[in-house]
Design a protein around this ligand. Structure first.
Ligand code: HH2
Length: 281
């Protein structure tokens, strides 16, 4: 079944989709400040689309460990012009936000997906998504970005994250969001130790809820640096591709990345080897 995102039906059954990251922030962990001016962010988004991104995830608030919340007015100022310009080009645009006001403005400006790292926990977010009939990404996070990496703890991380995602998917359905509009995401690096991240990636298949596409974001993240000994996030591309290929083999349907061209190439090979998708590539 395709992933229904507003007017778009994304062919998640035919190939792994690649979501390109457009961070309109001064402080994102790997590319903060690179695309803060709207014209730079728009040009970057267009470049990622040419590299083969299936959709573009525009964010105006870093959620890296230790990040401070951004006021709504500032997030709106960063995100809306970029969403509007990319959507005008006919591209599928996702807005990476936890704020219902930002989601509503981005949807009005042409976004087709709300990527919510807080999984619809803010009052009004589910209603905004239901009204717009947009795609919705429900992500697991333990704690808040400010403190989430201070000794994260689970009874059983795979079972706990799976239960949370199942509960949030049921909540979304009750709020009137169509089942085929929802994608689930274990939230790699969001309140997780290295061991937690590894357990989730190894057992990804068990997180696949019935019918929901699974989104996985490993791009440039700290666990890759720890495993491969790479302090500079921008140099973690190959390490990320290894994790991405295995994630695809184990059940990822959508992969979120800063490095689109390399990820599209890796995804085509991983799709063929995993044999999970109907093709054609
Ligand atoms: N990771 C980041 C941000 N948003 N959304 C989903 N659904 N899944 C993820 O894994 C995910 C996400 C972190 O990456 P980035 O946007 O580059 O960093 P920052 O939060 O510092 O802007």
């Amino acid at each position: 079944m395709p992933w229904r995102c507003g007017a778009h039906a994304l062919p998640v059954e035919a190939r792994t989709l690649v979501m390109g990251v457009v961070n309109v922030t001064p402080d994102s962990f790997s590319d903060g400040g690179h695309w803060l001016r709207p014209e730079d962010a728009i040009a970057h988004g267009l470049a990622l689309a040419r590299e083969g991104a299936d959709l573009l995830d525009v964010g105006g608030e870093s959620t890296r460990p230790g990040a401070q919340p951004v006021p709504e007015a500032e997030e709106l100022r960063r995100v809306v012009p970029v969403v509007a310009a990319l959507a005008r080009e006919g591209l599928v645009v996702s807005v990476d936000t936890r704020k219902p006001g930002v989601a509503r403005a981005a949807l009005e400006a042409g976004a087709s997906v709300v990527n919510d790292v807080a999984a619809l926990q803010a009052p009004g977010m589910a209603q905004a998504c239901a009204a717009a009939r947009c795609g919705v990404v429900l992500m697991h996070m333990q704690g808040q970005p400010e403190d989430m990496q201070r000794a994260p703890r689970y009874a059983d991380v795979v079972r706990d994250v799976g239960a949370f995602l199942g509960e949030r998917a049921a909540f979304a359905e009750k709020a009137g969001i169509a089942r085929d509009a929802v994608a689930l995401d274990p939230g790699i690096g969001f309140g997780k130790s290295l061991e937690h991240n590894l357990a989730l990636l190894r057992e990804l298949a068990s997180l696949r809820g019935p019918g929901y596409p699974l989104l996985v974001g490993v791009s440039r993240k700290a666990f890759l640096g720890t495993l491969a000994g790479i302090p500079d996030p921008t140099r973690r591309v190959s390490a990320g591709l290894a994790a991405t290929a295995l994630a695809i083999a184990r059940g990822a349907d959508i992969v979120r990345t800063h490095d689109v061209r390399a990820t599209v190439e890796a995804a085509r090979v991983a799709d063929a080897l995993a044999g999970r998708k109907g093709g054609p590539a």
